[in-house]
Ligand binder design. Structure first.
Ligand code: SF4
Length: 162
């Protein structure tokens, strides 16, 4: 049974910046969870950030690849630079995925760590822009496909078809 890395907040863990979860009601995800296939992981907590914590966005609406390349930072609304913790969390997520041989991850859309199609634009005005979070970028750079919570069928297809 192939293992799948999943954002811990999608599985009901209260690890989000605001102290809450974003529990998915997806039936396939629930079935996989019951089978013990899922590996819950929160990159931001693994990177050393507390719960709750200030929100954070990638400056300039850049993507996670720019953060990994050292050309964009991740900041809180007060301007605190939390880039290092986010990058450390991404590295640990990659280690966790590799440890179980995962080829697929299902990560929460919109997060500066876990987003796969969009991230917030760095202005803290609630606007998103196309792009990936830091963990998603690192996983995909290393051959692990990332799907969001609205495309669990896509993850299943990838597991089936490779
Ligand atoms: Fe969820 Fe990812 Fe944010 Fe952790 S970093 S709370 S797993 S979206």
């Amino acid at each position: 049974m192939e293992r799948v890395l999943v954002s811990a907040c999608l599985l009901g863990r209260k690890v989000r910046y605001d102290g809450g979860a974003k529990t998915s009601e997806d039936e396939l995800l629930a079935a996989w969870n019951a089978e013990g296939r899922l590996v819950p992981f929160c990159p931001e907590v693994a990177g050393g950030l507390p719960v709750p914590r200030p929100p954070a966005e990638i400056e300039g609406g850049a993507g996670g690849a720019a953060v990994l390349a050292g050309t964009a930072r991740i900041l809180t609304p007060d301007g605190d630079d939390v880039t290092e913790a986010f990058v450390e969390g991404a590295r640990r997520a990659l280690d966790a995925a590799r440890a179980v041989g995962a080829r697929v991850a299902i990560l929460k859309e919109g997060s500066p760590s876990c987003g796969s199609l969009r991230v917030y634009d760095g202005t803290f005005a609630g606007r998103t822009t196309p792009g990936q979070g830091v963990t998603t970028a690192l996983l995909e750079q290393n051959g692990i496909r990332v799907f969001n919570e609205d495309d669990i069928a896509g993850a299943a297809r990838h597991l089936r078809e490779g």
